[in-house]
Design a protein around this ligand. Structure first.
Ligand SMILES: [Zn+2]
Length: 333
């Protein structure tokens, strides 16, 4: 399947942190024909196993997205919400949202709220009803909502509310299809609850006990007007090999192995140092007695807004690097 088409399908599925059933079902269907075994663990992680006789290699991409959770229904039918993951009200206002049951609405600020200092408590969801009674027929406290904006492609650019991290799920699925005869015992894991603290990958890594792990996620860029030019990554310069983020300092051996794969396969890469923000690599590398962990990052603009934007060529580089590492003859540790 073409990457953008796959991305659109993933984008349409419901899956904020803790409520990933919808997105899990879609990924499971896409992965099943290419796997020896597909399982779901207690936390809800989807574990896609492609068996091999060599060392265990775990690839992780979180399938949860940021979102809203209803905390209160007002007399007039407006909904107050809490946040699932790093939602910034200022970046999210005036965005359409949808619930799992199809109810739609918009996330808006109170009339007098000061835009620059906007707090979540000063915003609400308007689902088009006029009373709490009407609202309660559609929504319960605890229901979750996500951005309901489209995924679209403009030349090499792809924009969607949830490139973080559906684009990496699409990359893993594509790599899974391309891997032919790997000597390694491969686990492609689609994790839950990354956005609320790397929770799913922690238990998945504990169960799998991999020899090597690679987390695939988006990373921030500094190539837009007014940016401080303090980052390391730019859109269009290739797959970003993670060196560090606030959750992990990647094992130098892993950085070197990924570098080698890039050189051998003539895959364009750049180095990723994300100064604020973590990834599943953070939880995985300290599992058990420690796991050799690295990261492949997709350069992405406007992370955690409804218009996250990346380059399809960069994504292709990430797919090739993922597939190349999966097939690399690795030593058991
Ligand atoms: Zn992410």
């Amino acid at each position: 399947m073409e990457l953008f088409e796959r991305m659109k399908k993933l984008n349409a599925a419901h899956g904020p942190s803790g409520d990933e059933g919808g997105i899990r079902a879609v990924i499971q269907e896409m992965a099943a024909p290419y796997a020896d075994e597909v399982t779901t663990d207690t936390m809800g992680n989807l574990i896609v196993h492609k068996a091999g006789s060599g060392p265990k290699v775990m690839f992780a991409a979180h399938m949860d997205s940021i979102g809203f959770i209803v905390t209160h229904i007002e007399e007039e039918g407006f909904l107050r919400v809490g946040r699932l993951g790093g939602i910034s009200p200022k970046e999210a206002v005036y965005t359409p949202v949808r619930f799992k049951n199809g109810v739609r609405g918009c996330f808006v600020p109170e009339e007098k709220a000061e835009f620059g200092k906007l707090k979540l408590d000063e915003c609400y969801l308007d689902i088009g009803v006029r009373s709490a009674e009407e609202a309660k027929k559609l929504i319960r406290v605890g229901d979750t909502a996500v951005y309901d904006t489209p995924a679209f492609q403009t030349g090499d650019a792809v924009t969607s509310p949830y490139l973080d991290n559906r684009i990496s799920c699409a990359i893993l699925l594509e790599a899974l299809e391309r891997v032919q005869n790997s000597p390694n015992d491969l686990y492609f894991v689609f994790t839950v609850q990354e956005e609320v603290g790397l929770r799913g990958s922690k238990t998945a890594a504990f169960a799998i006990q991999p020899d090597y792990a690679v987390a695939v996620d988006v990373t921030d860029v500094d190539d837009t007007p007014g940016s401080e030019k303090s980052g390391t990554v730019q859109v269009g310069k290739g797959a970003a090999i993670k060196v560090m983020d606030s959750s992990v300092i990647c094992h130098p051996a892993m950085v070197e192995l990924l570098d080698q794969n890039a050189r051998e396969g003539d895959i364009p890469t750049q180095r990723d140092i994300l100064r604020a923000g973590g990834t599943d690599a953070g939880a995985i590398h300290t599992t058990g007695a420690g796991v050799l962990t690295g990261g492949i990052s997709v350069p992405c603009r406007y992370i955690h807004t409804p218009v996250e934007t990346a380059s399809l060529e960069d994504c292709e580089a990430c797919i090739r690097l993922t597939a190349a590492f999966a097939q690399r003859p690795l030593k058991a540790l």
